[in-house]
Ligand binder design. Structure first.
Ligand code: WT7
Length: 649
């Protein structure tokens, strides 16, 4: 790798960041130490920035064996109140909460103040109540990146309903599976979405999903104006249903450990899991991490480019920024439409100070050349962030030099849907950066690197990344399946939370995530279970068997590499490969579209029939030299056939 040297070099935080900081290096050390030595006192203090209806009686109240995760027990609060109402009550009602930048650069920008947000959330909350939604009910939200998506989430939080946001790019089947799993009787969607001028028929997807599962009501926000079918008695236009609802709606007092939301994410086996986050711990975690990691100051414009359908959108478009009274930009579009400078044009247009995005986007823009960046005035930028996958040093350097002009710190934030918020990162004014390393643990986070036998490794080393103590943002269960929660995260290394990631710690105590060590692949920062893609493939009538692995991909980080065995008499070919790609896209959604289809007469199996995925991974990586022991294969000659198939591609 050309820039192996830069990866090891320290990059000092620029002076500007050292001056503009809530937390310098000494403060970090002192706060981190206190968060570990006196966690109750530490988190009690952090939690005190929120408004509690009843203060918590117990702060940390958890066990990893048996698994029972509770924080701030005895406390009651409402997260919508903390994200919206309390700012209005404190005289900050005229501060802009959300700036909406539409897909079409010539479209109308919307600016919503905290007072305006309060009115909109109340209108949505009362509409939901009128449709029969009550405390504890699950509400599925599948929406474009428009402010109504945030209104819907906050409205649920306000009335104590549990939201389950489903990414707008998922297929009807994927929507149906998620609606069914949490028995969600209500769905909020829009008529349609547009991304990069491409229409997405959202309501039609919901209609197709509801051929498979039932819902009591669908609330439809008019957005693109596309024609939709409205089922009488079931479907309601938001602009009609919200007519005449009351202008006030009290915030429901929620126990700290009452559910806030469910978010589905892929694992190494089975169908996606409904990760459950509760109110108090998640509120404190997103408030605190946003505050320290982005070092936000009043008046600044903050932009996270994630979609609301992923946890990043939940924590760092909605709950983190709004609890901090920040101004957050919401962007409906894509980085490369109408041209590859769209992100930078938006930064210049809105004078964005903090920009938080993903390595895959950075790599795809880097490829298009510096001109798209340099033609815009990006001098408003003060902090850059990265999330979703390891950022390769080359992309890091481009982000730092070309976008940040070498003058802006980068926070590379490692975390997961299950962690609720950022876990490992440098803090902008406190820590020098190392390109490609996420950096140091956030307050209260105790990372441990563990070997295959569960031995904890000390010092500079590499192993499987576990977290040995609970932190306030930790998910508390998998909706409806606590046993699966325990199995998935706490059974590999009893007494520890296992992240599924491999990781190296260097001599400076910096963490370098090396990627997933399970059968999960990270495609453009989106998590996909290889098993999900395999199940979709074998549903195709001509497919006998399939095995899916990740393979290096220049833009996406990992691409989806599918080994496919056909039924007897079927002929492989480009036409069938294209058909299989379209089939998986149809079953799961565009993000799961296979990048490579490798037809093979067989798969490498042991005598007991277990597929040796290690071999498949190596071959997909074009690494034929270190296939390891293949003598236990039932038919070792399959390896040569697979290598031939790979080389001929
Ligand atoms: C997985 C979690 C965190 C929100 C977006 C993805 C990978 C995430 C980083 C990073 C290296 C990263 C890990 C993790 N990951 N951020 N900064 N450096 N890897 O959430 O879908 O739950 O995926 O994303 O592999 O386990 P997610």
């Amino acid at each position: 790798m050309a820039d192996a040297t830069i990866a090891e070099r320290w990059i000092e935080p620029p002076l500007q960041a050292r001056e503009h900081t809530l937390c310098d290096a000494d403060t970090y050390e002192a706060m981190y130490r206190r968060s570990i030595e006196e966690p109750d006192a530490f988190w009690d203090e952090q939690a005190a920035r929120l408004e509690w209806i009843t203060p918590p009686e117990t702060i940390a109240d958890w066990s990893f064996d048996p698994v029972a995760i509770r924080w701030f027990t005895g406390g009651t609060l409402n997260l919508c109140h903390n994200a919206v109402d309390r700012h209005v009550a404190a005289g900050r009602g005229e501060t802009i909460a959300l700036i909406f930048e539409p897909d079409d650069p010539a479209g109308e920008v919307r600016r919503i103040t905290y007072a305006g947000l309060q009115r909109e959330v109340i209108r949505m909350a009362n509409t939901l109540k009128q449709l029969g939604v009550a405390r504890g009910d699950r509400v599925t939200i599948t929406m474009p990146m428009i402010p109504e998506a945030a209104f819907a989430m906050l409205a649920c939080a306000r009335i104590g309903a549990v939201h389950s946001v489903v990414f707008g790019g998922f297929s009807p089947d994927a929507i149906a599976g998620r609606v069914e799993d949490c028995a969600s009787d209500w769905i909020i969607c829009a008529d349609g979405a547009v991304r990069g001028a491409k229409p997405v028929p959202l309501k039609a997807h919901v209609d197709a999903a509801l051929q498979k599962v039932a819902a009591k009501a669908v609330l439809v926000v008019r957005h693109t104006g596309v024609d939709v079918t409205m089922v009488a008695g079931r479907d309601h236009w938001y602009h009609e249903a919200s007519q005449g609802v009351a202008e006030d709606c009290p915030c429901e007092p929620m126990a700290a450990d009452d559910p806030l939301f469910i978010l589905y994410t892929s694992g190494s086996t089975g169908k996606p899991k409904g990760v459950l986050h509760t109110t108090g711990g998640y509120a404190v975690w997103t408030e605190t991490t946003f505050r320290y990691v982005f070092d936000y100051r009043p008046g600044e414009i903050y932009w996270c480019t994630a979609d609301i359908g992923w946890v990043t959108g939940h924590s760092y478009i909605v709950y983190g920024p709004l609890q901090n009274g920040a101004t957050a930009l919401m962007f409906e579009g894509v980085p490369n439409h109408p041209d590859h400078d769209r992100f930078w044009q938006v930064v210049a247009k809105h004078k964005v100070n903090i920009f938080y995005s993903a390595p895959t986007a950075i790599r795809s823009l880097m490829r298009e050349g510096d001109g798209h960046v340099t033609k815009h005035d990006l001098s408003s930028l003060r902090l850059l962030g990265s999330v979703g996958e390891p950022i390769n040093p080359e992309a890091w350097r481009w982000y730092h030099q070309v976008v940040g002009k070498g003058a802006v710190p980068i926070v590379d934030t490692w975390w997961q849907t299950e962690t609720g918020g950022i876990m490992i990162t440098t803090l902008p004014g406190a820590h020098p950066m190392k390109p490609g390393s996420a950096g140091r643990p956030f307050f209260g986070v105790c990372p441990q690197l563990v070997d295959g036998d569960g031995q904890v490794l000390d010092g500079a080393t590499e192993g499987n990344l576990c977290i040995s103590r609970s932190w306030p943002g930790q998910a508390t269960t998998i909706y409806g399946d606590h046993e699966r929660f325990v199995q998935t995260y706490f059974s590999t290394y009893p007494g520890k939370y296992f992240t599924g990631d491999g990781c190296r710690r260097d001599e400076d105590g910096y963490y370098w995530i090396t990627g997933r060590v399970d059968d999960v692949i990270n495609v453009s920062g989106h998590r996909l279970g290889t098993a999900e893609v395999e199940s979709a493939l074998v549903l195709h009538p001509r497919v006998a068997e399939a095995a899916v692995v990740g393979a290096p991909h220049d833009i996406k980080g990992q691409g989806i590499y599918c080994y496919v065995t056909l039924n007897v008499g079927e002929e492989p070919g480009e036409g069938l490969a294209a058909e299989l790609r379209a089939h998986v896209r149809q079953e799961i959604g565009p993000i799961a579209t296979p990048d490579f289809v490798h037809f093979t007469p067989g798969l490498p199996k042991t005598r007991s029939g277990k597929i040796m995925r290690r071999i498949l991974r190596k071959i997909a990586e074009n690494d034929f030299g270190s296939l390891g022991d293949t003598s236990t294969l039932a038919d070792p000659s399959i390896v040569e056939t697979l290598i031939d198939g790979r080389q001929n591609r």
